[in-house]
Design a protein around this ligand. Sequence first.
Ligand SMILES: [Zn+2]
Length: 324
Amino acid sequence: MAQDLFVASKGTLLAVDVGGTDIKSALLSADAAQPAELSVLTRLRRPTPRASDGESTAQGIVATVAQLVAELGAQSPTGGIDAVGVVVPGVVDAGIGVFSANLGWRDFPFATALGAAIDLPVVFGHDVGAGGLAEHRMGAARGARDVVVMPIGTGIAAALIMDGEPRTGGGYAGEIGHVDIGHHEPCGCGRTGCLEAIASTGAIARRYGNRVGRHIAGAAEVLAAAKGGDADAAQVWTDALDGLARGVAVLATLLGPERVVLGGGLAMAGAALTDPLAQRLDGLLTFQRRPQLRIAELGDEAGCLGAGFLALQRWTASLSEVAG
Ligand SMILES: [Zn+2]
């Protein structure tokens, strides 16, 4: 019996992270006896299929995942795929893509559609939540019981892990990017004052571009200009840091995390982000537990690895059903 379990403990998983522009996928090697480790065998990227409406876009994504299963399954060293994990952006709950502003769907039944298209165990989840899970298992959130993983990219959201467990609020929790931090600029959500409208990588590039009257490719260019003494860039960067400090202060006050892990494109700034942010946070917090600020360790692979951990949970659960 022990021998049987040993043989069954090696598996191959497929992880898929659906983004606004591309779909990242990875074939992963897993060991049921090592639930905090995954290793990447092969990576594959595909453009995200975009249709005229959100439902057709979602159906195109399901078809792309089925193609990836066929293509990468043929490369599996164990002769097949044991489970598939798929994560998407937006609001996600109980197998449903509730809403994605970027990709346009509302209430699309991903889990059911994926189950019909793929003859394997499939688990469906949220990209930010999955990224948080991956950072918690094998990245900068490792070992923390109460931790917030906050990707700062084209949007800003947070994965909440409290008492060692993810908290999702029916898919609506963690939307720190839409907390009103007290400015008057409009946000894509329809309100003004949102953190995301001033501190996302897109907002930083856009706000600097408006000041200097030309298109700016990304936030990295703004940070470099600020370091070089450009007053407009310095102001935009300061506004972003002030906003992020307020956002993290809200998290510290409401949730009391021991650590906040900063990810996404802006985390590439490293200490240029965490040092001034820590300084501002000191000025804002009084009695609250002061969270450690860390830069995410898994970069833009976090969502894909997180999808892999969802698949791993699914696969190990099916093994214990068999063993039981
Ligand atoms: Zn907003």
